[in-house]
Design a protein around this ligand. Sequence first.
Ligand code: GLV
Length: 318
Amino acid sequence: MRADRTFGGVNLEVMKVFVTQPVPEPSTSDLLSGFEVVVGRPDAWPEEGRRHLPDSDALVPTPRERVTEELLELAPRLKVVANCAVGTDNVDLEACRRRGIVVTNTPGVLTEATADLTWLLILAVARRFREGDALIRSGTWDGWKPMELMGASLGGKTLGVFGPGRIGTAVARRAEAFGMRVVVCDAADGLGAFERLLAESDVLTIHAPLTPETRGRFGAAELGRMRRGAILVNTARGPIVDEEALAAALASGHLGGAGLDVYEEEPAVHPGLLPLPNVVLLPHLGSATRETRLAMARTACAEAARVLCGEEPRHRVA
Ligand code: GLV
């Protein structure tokens, strides 16, 4: 239903917002109440995009939907892509720039949730959570043993942070509570800093955005230069790590374990990772607390509304 309303002198009557998947409410229901809002289905992209983009003024996608140039070509009215995520690698930013389409993201609101989940993975891998849980469920545990499922202590070890932005910094802050030393390396730092990160980290955690510079940054050679027995954690974007090379480094025993929340070809996971007991795999849950996902949805809807009302958005990336 089209709204019959004006806001700040702007006629909202003909403005349509396509939200690619259901998001926590209240978000669309109050922040986009003056617009026509269409909510898609999780498994229906890009078909629903092709159907709705031709008359949409705003698009609210999630990391699951790739907003390609081919789809943008179908969207002559589109003014804003308000991504419901902090990462914007799912959106062709250059194509948006060329068309004058504003792109926004949701920084800040998911920092702490993602840092918490990163530590969940670090601890789960270091303390062999999966194997312990499986032992109990197997019904074969017969009691305390001095050398059963010994993991790695974290105190006194080195945490390497690749990408010390908001989330990387929040992860590093938590390291103090575990008595870890921290080394950081920005994706733009020189080779020296990157090599030091590889060589010194007992636990290396990735928090850089996916860009042409970070894609494939952790390949077989780089993983080979990490410490024997080190743990790799990735809660940023899957394609930063070569999954096949990671599976090989884990299977050979060179790396001690891995905790992954993101994958090269989501939702697919490299089959070589699945049987390994020292790998903890989560389905892209970094920001998945009720509070955080609601805050992300509200941020994205508010950004879409701002742009449609002719205001400057708060989190513009293009
Ligand atoms: C989730 O992956 C995000 O980028 O917010």
